[in-house]
Design a protein around this ligand. Structure first.
Ligand SMILES: NC(=O)c1ccc[n+]([C@@H]2O[C@H](COP(=O)([O-])OP(=O)(O)OC[C@H]3O[C@@H](n4cnc5c(N)ncnc54)[C@H](OP(=O)(O)O)[C@@H]3O)[C@@H](O)[C@H]2O)c1
Length: 179
């Protein structure tokens, strides 16, 4: 079960009596896991501090906004990799929200797609999968052809040159709020 905190990432922030201490929430989730009512504990929209605080619980996954063009949480990904926790980026293509940077608009992504005979979305997803083996993808789509293409991206090999060019793409977004 994922605990969606409201500490960071796009969207609303907890305020007033919505503010609940992380340790109290983790205690409830740990008890539910011990009782066999949930299989594992994950966190979403967490800060690096909250992630470190929660590590003793034994997390299965962390779900924060992250993509080729939004890599503010790179250090958290590294921490998850070191702790063998799955990194499950949401908005892996930059989301459907207008105004947020899109992975598929990046010149380096489009060039790699041209080179590989793939679509820009496939390149963005393949980069995530190759970036770290702890990455687990949940791209959103309402289009069956896109779903098939996204599954096929798992088998897309990136050339050394493409990886170098993609690794050099800068983060385009600051911390996003209000999406
Ligand atoms: N934990 C959280 O707080 C949180 C917050 C937001 C989202 N999420 C979850 O994260 C997942 C992904 O987020 P998301 O769907 O908002 O963002 P996303 O995966 O970055 O982007 C979805 C957008 O990409 C397009 N797309 C997908 N595959 C494509 C393809 N092969 N070619 C071209 N366009 C493609 C979709 O359009 P089409 O429909 O036309 O394919 C849609 O506009 C979802 O499961 C969502 O529920 C979690």
């Amino acid at each position: 079960m994922n605990l969606r905190r409201m500490d960071t990432g796009p969207g609303l922030r907890a305020q007033g009596d919505q503010l609940v201490a992380l340790d109290d929430q983790l205690a409830v989730l740990t008890a539910l896991r011990d009782e066999g009512k949930i299989g594992a504990v994950g966190l979403s929209n967490v800060t690096p501090e909250a992630l470190r605080q929660a590590l003793p619980v034994g997390l299965a996954c962390v779900q924060n906004a992250y993509s080729l063009v939004a890599r503010e949480d790179e250090e958290m990904l590294a921490l998850c990799a070191a702790e063998d926790i799955a990194w499950v980026p949401y908005f892996p293509l930059g989301s459907a929200f207008p105004g947020l940077p899109k992975v598929t608009d990046e010149p380096a992504v489009r060039a790699a797609a041209e080179e590989l005979g793939a679509t820009p979305a496939q390149v963005g997803l393949a980069w995530l999968l190759r970036h770290d083996p702890h990455v687990l993808l949940i791209p959103g789509t309402a289009n069956a052809a896109h779903l098939e293409a996204n599954v096929a991206a798992g088998a897309l090999a990136l050339s050394e040159a493409a990886r170098t060019a993609l690794d050099a793409v800068p983060t385009r977004s600051g911390p996003v709020t209000g999406a």
